[in-house]
Design a protein around this ligand. Structure first.
Ligand code: NAD
Ligand SMILES: O=CCC[C@H](NC(=O)CCC(=O)O)C(=O)O
Length: 489
């Protein structure tokens, strides 16, 4: 039996349901193991509770040393890890390698952010010293999505450990192998037993972990649906910190720009990178009515139809790999059919060339005529085009969503960008740049149904520790003057 869990410094067999991860193109089994039961979740929480005081008491430099050893371990295993990310998610090797680089870089960025946002400050206040310090919350759970199985959980785990928390890591059940390899890098780095525990498993394990009274907080990256469930579960618990990084229905507005090819390239990088499986991907492309818009769409369709789609290790390398599973491919094909049934016009049909491989070709649908367009995130390579009459209508349409993760404008007019920036509602607002590929050196998070105002990336430090304000003086002295109504004699 596979030892799938890492609890209190030991690899253990899960006692929950057996599950496996598959290569989404070949359906080859890559990993199989049992999930953690509620009892195993409880023992991991106990281990994390026991490990917490010692880890939190260490100096920042001592914790940084372990984090830097982790970065070194990631670099040492970079090829193996990139291969594992590629085969388990289906993303091309070149892209998987960039994910590993982001994981390595997260360490230095988190240290910089910790020092800047949650470090120590002091200054005189009256006859005392005012000191601001930060403390870790305690034991926190980290839930990861499948689309960046290394980078995104890492974006919670690294700052959480740096701040002195101990962590229970529940990865996506679709990418357990990447999670296992990542935890092995932490073990190689010398992280003390119990400080990071790995709880593999599907929904049941997640439900047991989120409900465990021993956690002080939960940092989640995943779908809006699951995030909402967690938010409900945490209602009435203001004592626990909850950070939700969720999906989007992101608009990209195109104005009549001079360089049509640059616009087309930027749209493709926004909509189809990672086979459309990035939370920041453009889902809705807003194009002006008329001949210029028609020509832009014709060029977009022509170029998109030449995009190479293939297995993660195909040579020469494809631009797009597969989506995560056959189930996800079917759901996306069903969503396309649903929109076609409601009056969408196919400009480029998304297809699944082989029934037994989760490879999808890019799709572009004109949904302008669809009444009551569903405001949902279609997490794949399917771009919906909406034609607009004037710029004001474009902005109204861009904001016509419950989500608020990313929004972009392609325009040669600075004035229009200023208007767009002011009137759009999203955590990421870009001008003439692709929507995807956000920097870890900036805050990353959305409003509306995309998040709960706890931005991650550079601002992750903020939800990993709480501020403690102190007024301090080494000896107690009587004030020169007493307040009225108090007599000391
Ligand atoms: N905003 C961001 O930073 C960001 C980044 C990446 C992905 N995403 C979003 O993530 C989604 C894709 O990821 P996914 O499909 O893996 O998300 P998901 O919500 O299905 O799963 C995320 C995690 O939650 C667990 N989970 C599922 N149901 C649960 C429940 N009822 N209780 C407790 N845990 C539960 C899963 O096992 C997994 O570990 C997309 O919506 C994407 O936009 C957002
Ligand atoms: O799928 C969602 C994340 C996409 C990715 N964003 C980041 O990497 C944010 C930076 C960070 O978390 O360090 C993107 O925008 O492509």
């Amino acid at each position: 039996m596979m030892k799938s869990l890492y609890i209190a410094g030991s690899w253990l067999e899960g006692q929950g349901d057996l599950f496996e991860s598959l290569n989404p193109v070949t359906q080859q089994v890559l990993w199989s193991g049992n999930g953690a039961t509620a009892a195993q979740v409880e023992s991991a929480v106990q281990a994390a509770r026991q490990a917490f005081p010692d880890w939190a008491r260490r100096t920042l430099d001592e914790r940084i040393q372990v984090l830097e050893a982790f970065a070194a371990s990631l670099k040492k295993h970079a090829d193996e890890l990139a291969h594992c990310i590629g085969e388990e998610t289906g993303k091309p090797l070149w892209e998987a390698a960039t994910e590993v680089t982001s994981m390595v870089n997260k360490v230095a960025i988190s240290v910089q952010s910790y020092r800047e946002r949650t470090g120590e400050k002091s200054g005189p206040l009256g006859d005392a010293t005012a000191v601001l310090r930060h403390k870790p919350h305690g034991v926190v759970a980290v839930f990861g999505p499948y689309n960046f199985p290394g980078h995104l959980p890492n974006g919670h785990i690294v700052p959480a450990l740096l701040a002195g928390n101990s962590v229970l890591f529940k990865p996506s059940e679709l990418t357990p192998k990447v999670a296992e390899l990542t935890v092995k890098c932490w073990v190689e780095a010398g992280l003390p037993a119990g400080v990071l525990n790995l709880l593999q498993g599907a929904r049941e394990t997640g439900i047991a972990l989120a409900a465990n009274p021993g956690i002080d907080g939960l940092f989640f990256t995943g779908s809006s649906r699951t995030g909402n469930l967690l938010h409900q579960q945490f209602s009435g618990r203001p004592d626990k910190i909850l950070a939700l990084e969720m999906g989007g229905n992101n608009p990209l507005v195109v104005d009549e720009v001079a360089d049509v090819d640059a616009a087309v390239y930027t749209i493709i990088q926004s909509a189809f990178i990672s086979a459309g499986q990035r939370c920041t991907c453009a889902r809705r492309l807003l194009v002006p009515e008329g001949a210029w818009g028609d020509a832009l769409l014709a060029r977009l369709v022509a170029v998109s139809s030449t995009i190479e789609v293939g297995a993660f290790d195909q040579q020469p390398a494809p631009f797009m790999g597969s989506v995560i599973s056959l189930g996800a491919a079917k759901a996306l094909m069903d969503a396309q059919n649903h929109l076609l049934g409601k009056g969408a016009v196919p400009l480029l049909s998304m297809t699944q060339p082989q029934a037994q491989a989760a490879l999808l070709t890019p799709g572009i649908l004109d949904v302008t005529a669809v009444a009551e367009r569903p405001d949902e995130e279609l997490f794949g390579p399917l771009l919906q085009v909406i034609r607009y009459k004037d710029f004001a209508a474009a902005i109204t349409e861009a904001n016509n969503t419950q989500y608020g993760l990313a929004a972009g404008l392609l325009s040669d007019s600075q004035e229009r960008y200023q208007q767009f920036w002011l009137q759009s509602r999203a955590g990421i607002v870009n001008w003439n740049k692709q929507l995807t590929g956000a920097a870890s050196s900036a805050p990353f998070g959305g409003v509306g149904a995309s998040g709960n105002h706890r931005a991650s990336a550079y601002y992750a430090a903020d939800y990993c520790a709480y501020p403690v304000a102190s007024l301090e003086t080494p000896s107690l002295v009587m004030p020169a003057a007493l307040t009225p109504g108090v007599r000391m004699s």
